[in-house]
Design a protein around this ligand. Sequence first.
Ligand SMILES: [Zn+2]
Length: 256
Amino acid sequence: MYRSQYIAIIVTIVLVALIVLHFTVGISINYAILVGAMHALVLGFGSYFIRWNYFIKSHHHGDRNDNKIALTFDDGPVGLTGDVLDILKEKKVPAVFFCIGYRVEGLPKTVERMYEEGHIVANHSFKHAHSFDMKKASNIKKEIDECSRAIMRVIGKAPKLFRPPYGVTNPNVAKGIRRANMHSIGWSLRSYDTTAKDGQKLKTKILRKLKGGDIVLLHDRVLVTAEILTELIDEAREKGFTFVGLDELLDIQPYA
Ligand SMILES: [Zn+2]
């Protein structure tokens, strides 16, 4: 059973009890409405905050007592991914790329390069549409599989790591991930690089928050991220952090 299922059972019992009390001893029906509304709120937050592990257990960080951290880049490959790969190569930093399936088909050489240069190629759905989490579980599984096949055609291996688009999970997304037999991967440090205007501020914010075991969420489609990457790596190393892949940080197999 998942956290959401326990809570749903408890809420149902409480609701039934409150409704019975309403009709027997006449307590206000507003108590039942309040409990229902609170549950709806919790469901909403549980969908939005993948870190709650509300519908599915995701991996969010490695060992907090170690100085290892992992960089993850979402939404590629795009033209800019080559610049990110250049920096990672120069700095000898392994990373994880959560790729969008149709972009993998558009830039297979970039994905091939990721793999050949020691990075993990992972699954971030085929289309990354806003409607992803509105789909039925069977269609979510289908889209995850479609992205895995696109990656498989390029690198010859099927990814096992999946990050839900927008980090949104719900019962159907959770079911789809389980049926596709993927590890669900979240993050512990969200950089908000997609909305960052000032690179230096972004870099300072990430370095200030950085802790051992962190999974850092970045995007290889964001110019400011590529611009600060070299300094970010250098300064994180100065603070004593070591960059590893998610396979090492989480001790899991990245491919089937
Ligand atoms: Zn994304």
